[in-house]
Design a protein around this ligand. Structure first.
Ligand code: GDP
Ligand code: MG
Length: 691
């Protein structure tokens, strides 16, 4: 069976870790009869935390896809992980959903990941709905959370519920949309009843506020509301719908997911207020890279975007796609834009967590899974051979933590390489690079947990040992003053000798200019044919380095003079002479080491500011500025040498009780001297002796 696009809602469930997202989805599945009883996260049997590593760690690591039916509307739910180590999965879910449901803890209120998620949602302009969960926890306070939200985010929040009790006295909610009380029953779905008499006034007041907010959501309704001081139920929904879509207001509901409480009101809100995919615009790029817009609609020919790839033990490669236009049937001719070739669609599915359900048709706006498209990768666009265009790819955050790895046994290297390659296809926030300079394979990701989890899985599945260590820093060498040198390469061995003499002058160049060569010889001191040999020699000497074996940069060389021999000279002899001359000149000028310096943006809660700043100073960091982002969150901009940041993702978390995070990118090379430089040189020498 296929559903019309306007009867679909795609909801990304997001929030700080432990706000109850997975429990929330589990209980929505229970409420709607998909499962006969909800399982706890602790039991490891929930529908959306189904991978081995999720069951073992009791947290969500991947975005899981489930769906429920509510009054004939199909609600696709994307349960995302809360930890910033897996933010790539969250970004993909935001890209796919038309609405984000942000879960907030009823006791703790807005937390650091809430704020970071919120920034992403604001940047994407994605409509939001908030669910204040865990109302049954001791200390839960709905009004406090509403105040906290309004204070921390500059938005108009509109409450759709009134809680009945809190903490151990929590009994359920009043839904203001249908003016009904929903009392939870342990182990069964909640029941709609009349509003408790003692709450009549409170509810009337809350509903009046809701109607007024709904009126403000839609210009036409404002006029009517001013005149008649009331709206019909249908008008309330319309006002809220427009307000949410235009980002003018954000509905807030509360409940206790663990007790299947408040979830009917949530689904009523989602189906009644949140937009369907129909008509939502997507940015596309044609073959020449020109941007234009396309609306989600079944009318056009088929197109879809792959937002997630996973490799299943039994089903092989699974490509999670959102259909943007047209319909998918087994006859659809699928064209992979990146590969530039047709792909055969054999089977496709919808899913309840790991349980796949084969379907024979998917319509625009829906989310499905294509099986066994060998070439497919996350971010791939699929369309038909006749009409080719690509969707704007997901923009993912840069990795912040790197480690060097190698197979413990030489024979494991191939297996390791293959396994890493597979992970890269699944996870765009994980990178593998071979650094030819340091001769290391370096993997990088969003945090220590992220990388460790990937490596543990590889160790287990491939039965190989993988060694890890802190990666080497790619230092550089340079000079700070000019010098001159002459070098004669001369050898007399039997028949042919070798002869070449080169005089050069070197000077420091500006940072980033790398290398320059000027031939200043006037006249015939050195034949033209030997000049390339001289340049090769200079290059080789630069790449080998002078004090610690790191490549030299930003040196200008001038060839001043030279001598040649009519029989014994050769390109090789001049190459060696040039190398010798450069080494001598650098020795006279004195070589300096350069270290990479990174740009850093650190996000922390205010209370850790002092500790984080003094830690940055102890890392030889230079703080460039700080900015209050609202809600007690501060971002610090700094420049810090890369060698001081190798464990920063681990250390920052321990300084900030797990709440801090950062982004970084390379900025420039900067000279080092004294003990810091001596240590680098010593380490390089020790390395050389060991190899
Ligand atoms: N008391 C209470 N606990 C809840 C509720 N929802 C979730 N939890 C608990 O909170 C913990 C984290 O839940 P989980 O669903 O894994 O949170 P997630 O990290 O946001 O996915 C688990 O121990 C849940 O049982 C709730 O409504 N009430
Ligand atoms: Mg979870």
């Amino acid at each position: 069976m296929s559903i019309a696009t306007d009867l679909i809602r795609n909801i990304a469930v997001a929030g700080h870790g432990d706000t109850g997202k997975t429990t929330f989805v589990e209980n929505l599945l229970f409420l709607t009869g998909v499962i006969s009883r909800p399982e706890s996260v602790e039991s490891g049997k929930t529908v959306s935390d189904y991978t081995d590593e999720e069951i073992e760690n009791k947290i969500s690591i991947h975005t899981a896809l489930t769906h429920v039916d509510w009054n004939g509307v199909k609600v696709n739910l994307l349960d995302t992980p809360g930890s910033s180590d897996f933010v790539g999965e969250v970004v993909a879910a935001f890209r796919t959903a038309e609405t984000a449901c942000v879960l907030v803890n009823a006791k703790a209120g807005v937390q650091i990941e809430t704020i970071k998620l919120w920034r992403r949602l604001v940047a994407r302009g994605l409509p939001r709905i908030v669910f204040v969960n865990r109302m049954d926890d001791e200390g839960a306070d709905y009004q406090n959370v509403l105040d906290d939200l309004s204070q921390k985010f500059d938005t108009n929040f509109v409450s759709l519920t009134v809680p009945i009790g809190a903490g151990s006295n929590y009994r359920g909610i009043v839904s203001l949309l249908d003016n009904k009380a929903y009392l939870f029953k342990d182990g069964a779905a909640e029941e709609a009843t009349d509003i408790p008499a003692e709450m009549t006034d409170q509810v009337a007041e809350a509903r009046a506020a809701l109607i007024e907010a709904a009126a403000e959501g839609d210009d036409e309704l404002v006029a009517k509301f001013l005149e008649e001081e009331s709206l019909t139920d249908e008008e309330v929904l319309r006002g809220l719908k427009t307000g949410v879509q235009d980002l003018k207001l954000i509905p807030v509901l509360c409940g206790a997911a663990l007790k299947t409480s408040g979830l009917s009101a949530f689904l009523n809100a989602v189906t009644g207020i949140c937009r369907s995919p129909a008509g939502v615009e997507e940015t596309i790029l044609d073959n020449d890279g020109n941007e234009s817009k396309i609306s989600i609609s079944s009318d056009n020919s088929f197109s879809a975007l792959c937002f997630k790839t996973s490799i299943d033990q039994f089903s092989g490669k699974l490509s999670f796609v959102k259909l943007i236009t047209g319909t998918l049937t087994s006859d659809t001719e699928l064209y992979s834009v990146r590969e530039g070739k047709k792909e055969k669609v054999s089977k496709f599915y919808i899913a309840q967590g790991k349980k796949l359900e084969e379907v024979n048709q998917l319509c625009a706006g829906d989310i499905g899974i294509l099986a066994k498209i060998a070439s497919a990768r996350t971010n791939d666009s699929f369309c038909t051979p006749e009409k080719q265009f690509a969707f704007k790819p997901l923009a993912l955050p840069q990795p912040v933590h790197a480690i060097a790895i190698e197979g413990a046994q030489k024979k494991d290297e191939d297996k390791l390489g293959e396994a890493l390659h597979k992970v890269v296809e699944e996870d765009l926030t994980f990178r593998v690079e071979f650094n030819p300079e340091t001769k290391e394979t370096v993997v990088s990701g969003m945090g220590e947990l992220h990388i460790n989890m990937i490596l543990d899985k590889i160790r287990e599945h491939q039965k190989i040992e993988v060694n890890t260590r802190i990666p080497k820093v790619a230092y550089r060498e340079t000079i700070t003053k000019p010098a001159e040198a002459t070098y004669r390469h001369k050898k007399q061995s039997g028949g042919h000798g070798q002869f070449g003499e080169v005089s050069i002058k070197i000077r420091p160049l500006e940072r980033g200019q790398q290398y320059q060569f000027d031939n200043m010889i006037r006249g015939m001191a050195v034949s033209k044919g030997y000049i390339p040999g001289i340049e090769k020699g200079l290059h080789e000497a630069m790449s080998e380095g002078f004090v610690a074996g790191y490549p030299a940069v930003d040196i200008g060389t001038e060839l001043l003079d030279g001598k040649e021999h009519s029989v014994d000279s050769s390109e090789m002899a001049f190459k060696l002479a040039a190398k010798g001359a450069l080494k001598d000149a650098v020795a006279k000028a004195g070589a300096t080491l350069l270290e990479p310096v990174m740009n850093l943006e650190v996000f922390i809660e205010e209370q850790y500011l002092g500790d984080v700043l003094s830690d940055l100073t102890s890392r030889r960091g230079r703080v460039l500025g700080q900015e209050a982002l609202g809600g007690g969150i501060i971002s610090i901009q700094a420049q810090v040498p890369q060698s001081e940041l190798m464990r920063y993702s681990i250390d920052l978390r321990s300084i900030t009780s797990g709440t801090g995070s950062f982004e970084m990118s390379f900025d420039h090379y900067s000279p080092i001297s004294g003990k810091i430089a001596d240590d680098v040189i010593k380490a390089a020498q020790a390395d050389k002796e060991n190899s």
